[in-house]
Ligand binder design. Sequence first.
Ligand code: G6P
Length: 608
Amino acid sequence: MCGIVAAVAQRNVQGILLEGLKRLEYRGYDSSGMTVLNNGSLTRHRALGKVAALAEQLDNAPLPGMSGIAHTRWATHGKPSEANAHPHHSSDQVAVVHNGIIENYEHIKQALQANGYTFTSETDTEVIAHLLADKLNSGLGLFEATQEVVSGLGGAYALGVMSVVEPGVVVGARQGSPLVVGVGIDEAFLASDPLALLQVTDRFIYLEEGDLVEIREQGAIQIVDRDGHQVERPVHTFEHGDGAASKGEYRHYMLKEIFEQPEVISAALEGRLSTNSVLVESFGPEAQVLFQNTRQIHIIACGTSYHAGLVARYWLERYAGVPVQVEVASEYRYRHPVVPDGTLFVTLSQSGETADTLAALRFAKTLHYVGTLAICNVPGSSLVRESDMSLMTHAGPEIGVASTKAFTTQLVALMLLTLSVSKAKGQPERAEIVAALQSLPALCKQVLGLAGQIETLSQAFAEKHHALFLGRGAHYPIALEGALKLKEISYIHAEAYPAGELKHGPLALVDSEMPVISVAPNDDLLEKLKSNLQEVRARGGQLFVFADQAVGINDQDGIRVMKLPHVHEALAPLLYTLPLQLLSYYVAVLKGTDVDQPRNLAKSVTVE
Ligand code: G6P
């Protein structure tokens, strides 16, 4: 979604805002803009396309000033264009940046037009600028004006606003979209994500829903809650160093994040296992009793996180004996779900801010679940704060829009959940899975060693328009995830099927032009999978098989085999994800697409 950054400092803020925008570009990158207060006037640049285009404008005509707001956009209302890019101004008196959607903007716009306000964009945001100007003209200060304006807004927003009437002040508001306050020394900042500000501070205040904040010269910060009461919110120190937000020696963030997996999987396991067993308390002091009383589980998520949930269903049913339903959040939130007694509600999210997942959690809290658990990568995110329990995945910042290390660490967390529920219910310890988890980082390293071979393999895909992914059991969701990665970043149309379904339709698509990718670990479905692969071979399909080195599938005419080290059956879905990530990556690089910021997508989807 869109990204916001704002600063009030004793120094020129242009560089801080621009660096913030670069770091927020993963949220949206169709246009960007910046407004800075200079000698009592609002000065602005806006540019279509990536932040680099704005940087070029700033090179040619700098915007010096000690307070400012900036924005990187992911279009919702109005096409990507310079006129629709933020900040939006009202008669050069007020400037606004906004992330989210104002649902009642049309009605407000008509009223403002009737009062003589002229609109220069197609966005919902511009109404906020004019409403603020209206309030300021009636004599209110910027904070009070913002307070009055937001009380009439429907929908979701994070805002940053400034005005010539109060130089050295930026006001922010949060309702349904994330906003953090960066606490500096004699300076203060706002941003959609702490990453945007790591170059200037590691201390953050996570605003609550309905909060309004004013940041002023000398770093003064004042927060008022939704009821208008002044409140103190805790200041958190950001855990991950700033290095996590840079590409280092890698060509793309995605490649860096793929190669970080051994390390972050270790981090996700750290302190959560004893020699033979999982530590149930990792999920919190109340987890033992709650898991003991859990009779079923509903897992809700979006995108890649949803695929992690699908894998967990196989694990939780097989190893913990608990029935599981998994559903995408955008469907769940508008259904009338039946919640049997003793059901635990689990959300999975990298960001913890995905609008549909958050809405699903809020809806679930009105139903009679025994508890809510968030498995998330961002401490302090909305999902974490609003759930009864949480488990952090410790993947570190993930910048590439296509999720990689966030997915595999979610799988680790979900295996920890499986073992914890099983243990709390008094089932036999699964020491062999615990041992396998401990050896997983080393196995991942071995698989990453196949990168060169996978790069060579990727050449077979560069000219393709379609691809089919097959898997069985817990590897069906891995096939889904492999197909999603390929379409997200290489724009090749890819579909995934449970291999047993091939004969019920997709086989009609198979001919000598259709690449079919299959994951074949050494599990009890291997023989069945081999028969499915024969069905493809018999139709002349080109097979690419990622197989356990012991399964005896070898390169032959029409079959290319990539051999993976042996892994415990339970953890094979984790390991087999890696070569599929690499395959998508190298295909995208060959095709020359924008790997880290694929067209039309955003990393953090904070609107519905
Ligand atoms: C977007 C991202 C995906 C992600 C999904 C869910 O679509 O591009 O990579 O899987 O949102 O995000 P979450 O932060 O809730 O895991």
